[in-house]
Design a protein around this ligand. Sequence first.
Ligand code: SF4
Length: 217
Amino acid sequence: MRSTSESISEKVSWCGTVVSIQPRTRVWRYITHNRTHYHLGYNLFVEERWAQDSNAFTVAVSEKQQTKGAFRIGDTLQGTAWTPKFPNREFADYYRAGSLKALARAEQGVVVDPPPFTMAPPLLSVYEERGARILSRSRWKGKCFRCIWANMANVEIQWDFDRDIKRYRFETFCYGPKSCKYYAMGRTPMVPYKDRGSFPDDGSLDEILTEGRGEDD
Ligand code: SF4
């Protein structure tokens, strides 16, 4: 279980095979009037296997690191990173990655019919332009997990504007085509505000945030 308080950040060395690459984002919520997505970089979901055992973890990398390394699903990487100071605000197990090195590259030429979309992820400006819809958490964990359009966001809820008090949680989103057969919104997220209960984000913000594209874009 994740700690809700400040932790001591420690430097780690890691090594493993990339099983998914998704955008890393922060989402600011204020009741249901505003949901703003900030695109920070990418999350590399990595598996470390030895003998009969395996260990899965998430490493946050910058856009510059992803662009330079052109990392793809199936690559075996090593690097350093730090554990998060606020584990309740950062989904990635490790961030501030450094000394990234590809030890082995994924075999090229294996084409898998989407969905899920498993090609190299686009630049962050593409995610920004497309906009996101709420995605069911069970889809994120299951059918959508390897998709470049899937996203686990670090969410910051403005709970009290006057005293600038925020609440934190993680939520799942999809930047992919609206017509994707795997898409399901799942449970309506409720957004709390001090002394005023909780308000449903029922999908109308999704329509606004993705109004620039059609069903198959
Ligand atoms: S629903 Fe979205 S995240 Fe899931 S496979 Fe389709 S495009 Fe990808």
